[in-house]
Design a protein around this ligand. Structure first.
Ligand SMILES: *Cc1c(COP(=O)(O)O)cnc(C)c1O
Length: 385
């Protein structure tokens, strides 16, 4: 038998075309040119314009959320969602250790502290069973809610993230959030198109957030959105992300300290065209999953990540999980695949191992730590199958 890195390169080559293959590239084969040209012709390329409204309506309709508020990127969406949920300086917010740094950064921007929790092997998202144990022995209930017994700080919110597009165990996490009086904010940056028991991710919590960065399932160049069923929160999100200016024919009156986080009309035009193609992208990604499943079927010590039971995943990134026994070959596999022009990537460095977040509170993280050694993300673009 050939060595594992060689066998993995061969399996990938059986699925992918020759030549360099990126991890995830955008695809512009719909109305992108038309809408962007139209936007330029209108001169409304910036903060005001019809495409922003149209994109927001299309996102709400697609996701089933009552409202969507488009913003400049997914990180800003999360920052504002957390602020609207009442997160303040001095609070703690529970986030997975296995996530992109933006989740922790958004908490930090509000002067709050991220508190890291472990992941579940079947979803790669927050593990509600481990978290329940951790909260039971490390927190106390107060009149205001929940307090970290060790730091003395209030724990205000819980931020599940749907890793690589796979929905996490929302029912159990919502029950925990309810029991401990934590606001539930979903970081659905990676899961546009993913459903949990038929309902779109990002619509379960008080607020949910999306990202349309260039490497995500659809892109606006850069962009994000806040989803919510609460009209009042949606109006406030719009107000806060557009400098908190009161409507008036000429006066500049700002009634709180807002942000310039609006999504330019030019980017929204791109988003409208991309969203039209989302069903095709999702179908193409599922075909790629089927091909990878075939190609890796004979390779014992690896498995391809599949959607958790009861969930429909967007398969944003395809993920190979190495058995613990061969996890020490991860870097050799990354080297062999990237040398062959097949772009693969490991999981993110865990949040508690990053210098700025080393001293933050955290639960035991055994699963996140082993997943970080086992995960290899594969070329995943919609155009590949
Ligand atoms: C992409 C991403 C974000 C937000 O990213 P932006 O680049 O700011 O749009 C947030 N959280 C996670 C988990 C992400 O993958």
């Amino acid at each position: 038998m050939s060595p594992l890195p060689t066998a993995i390169v061969a399996a990938l080559r059986a699925v992918l075309a020759d030549g360099p293959v990126p991890l995830h590239e955008p695809r512009f084969q719909g109305n992108e040119q038309r809408y962007v040209q139209d936007c330029i012709a209108s001169t409304f390329v910036s903060s005001v314009g019809a495409y922003v409204d149209r994109f927001e309506r299309a996102l709400a309709e697609y996701s089933g959320a009552r409202r969507a508020v488009a913003v400049v990127n997914g990180t800003a969406a999360l920052q504002v969602a957390l602020r609207l949920a009442g997160v303040q300086a001095g609070d703690e917010v529970i986030v997975p250790a296995l996530t992109f740094v933006a989740t922790a950064n958004a908490v930090h921007y509000l002067g709050a502290t991220p508190h890291f929790a472990d992941s579940a092997e079947d979803s790669l998202g927050l593990d509600p069973i481990a978290l329940k144990d951790w909260l039971a022995h490390s927190t106390e209930r107060t009149a205001e809610g929940t307090r970290n017994r060790h730091s003395g700080r209030p724990i205000r919110a819980l931020v599940p993230m749907h890793t690589f597009g796979h929905p996490c165990d929302l029912d159990a996490l919502m029950a925990l959030a309810h029991d401990y009086r934590l606001a539930l904010i979903e970081d659905a940056a990676e899961s546009l198109g993913s459903r949990y028991h038929g309902r779109h991710t990002g619509t379960f919590g008080l607020l949910g957030t999306l990202s349309f960065n260039g490497n995500k399932t659809i892109t606006t160049g850069g962009g994000g959105a806040i989803l919510t069923d609460d009209e009042r929160l949606a109006d406030h999100a719009k107000h806060l992300t557009t400098t908190a200016k009161r409507p008036h024919r000429w006066e500049y009156l700002h009634d709180e300290i807002g942000y310039n986080f609006r999504l330019p009309n030019l980017n929204a035009a791109l988003g409208c065209a991309q969203l039209e193609q989302l069903p095709d992208f999702l179908a193409s990604k599922r075909r790629l999953t089927a091909r990878y499943l075939d190609a890796f079927a004979g390779l014992e010590p690896v498995r391809l990540m599949q959607e958790p039971p009861g969930c429909e995943s967007n398969y944003w990134l395809q993920t190979l999980i190495l058995d613990e026994a061969v996890a020490e070959q991860r870097d050799a596999i990354l080297t062999a695949t990237n040398d062959a022009g097949l772009m693969t990537r490991p999981a993110w460095t865990l949040m508690h191992q990053l210098p700025p977040y080393r001293d933050c509170p955290r639960a035991p993280l055994p699963v996140a730590e082993s997943l970080a050694r086992q995960i290899i993300n594969l070329p995943s673009s919609a155009g590949l199958a």
